[in-house]
Design a protein around this ligand. Sequence first.
Ligand code: FAD
Ligand code: 2HG
Ligand code: ZN
Length: 456
Amino acid sequence: MLIDQLKKIVGSKGWTTDPAELESYVTEWRGQVRGATPIVVAPADTGEVAAIVRLCAAQDVAIVPQGGNTGMCAGAVPDDSGNQVVLSLSRMNCIRNVDAVNFSMEVEAGCILEKIQKAAKKFDRYFALSLGAEGSCQIGGNLATNAGGVNVLRYGTARAQVLGLEVVLADGTIIDSLRSLRKDTAGYDLKQLFIGSEGTLGIITAATLKLFPDPGEMSTALLALRSSGDAVRLLAHLQSALPNGIEAFELVSDFVFGLVKKHIPNSTMPFSESAPWYVLLETATGGEPEILENILASAVDAVLIIDAVIAKNSSEAARLWRLRHSISEAERAEGASLKHDISVPISAMEEFLRRGDELITRLAPNGQLVAFGHVGDGNLHYNVILPTEMNDGAQLTDAIYALATELGGSFSAEHGIGQTKRDYLTRYRSQAEVELMRTLKRAIDPGNILNPGKVI
Ligand code: FAD
Ligand code: 2HG
Ligand code: ZN
């Protein structure tokens, strides 16, 4: 009955119940969590989303919103009950308009991130969110997870890129806050409630995004370093030399680039000798390459870097970025690993790395550290491949999260909570914070229809 009614709302192009097609919707990106669903519905517009939600709410059926399903915490896949309906935003993929004068654009939630970047570029404008999954993740998923990525250092997280939002609530009400204002203090800033709520408070159907002037050509360089501590000191050195000029500062260990070389075809490092650590640097100095050359020479003099390769053109830069953006895929190809998406104050990064190493040596001897990430934001992907003789890494994960917390950090920097980190949320957020989150969830989704079992 419900299934027939859902099919009627979305029409013949907007659903599937074919088990083979359902597979990719019920399995998360790494294939580690798999759920079940009777149907995937893909509405064509906001009205259809609202009708689906009203119908499911009336029959007490849960909905799992899904974007590109590239999330790292299994937030976009249903549980294994077989009762939850997956609502894919993929057909809502229109760029509604670009307002070049206002530096803003209005897009539907199912737009692929890369399509948004390209549309802005056509108007000499820049949409600042960028991450490895940008060819398949959707802006709705980016906002629902408050994604970070490689440009946070200069532009902030997804949250900072939004001027307005359109959201369908748990009873089917449409909240239209698609304003394109930079100043608006009229009441609570409701859009921020939904950003980062991972589909548990509302379904994002459209957004007004903030654009920047096109920064033009960037300078991209890969730097070889002796230690991770040098990376932290190098960051400070570069920030003094180039205030506001650093677009990305990504740390990668030699072991991690080794995984990329092993699993990703045509990936070669530009150095003849390897170094323990690397930084992929992007600066807004594209038009004047000598600026970066001089700064890097000063970093060599200060014994902060061993060697540097500056991309000579955009295809060399793309090759360097491909090495960085292939890491998750290479790690997945290597097998299962523990993912730890932590953040600490940058001043505590060196201590975190030192004490983290000690934890691995003690709790998972022979475990292999897969360390990389957005060190410019204090965000490290401190992943660990467990030795084959160890099948449970819970103790190590607990210890790593406890260490990050002790140093004033977070166990979840940019990937969110989803299904896989729920227990840690109640452990590492105060009782008062957790209670306030529960109060909000109950108030906004009293029937627990929207993505139940995720976040809280
Ligand atoms: P999904 O995975 O489909 O969904 C994620 C969550 O959002 C789920 O809880 C889902 O229910 C909810 N959701 C999705 N769409 C909506 C909507 N319209 N309304 C309400 N809720 C919704 N993340 C980073 O932060 N930084 C990175 O650098 C980064 N790099 C990555 C690189 C690779 C190769 C991969 C595979 C992933 C990476 N990620 C990164 C993780 C992931 O890509 C991001 O979290 C991304 O923002 C998720 O978008 P998505 O469309 O795939 O969302
Ligand atoms: C990245 O920075 C992503 O590449 C993915 O956030 C991190 O795979 C990971 O652990
Ligand atoms: Zn990341």
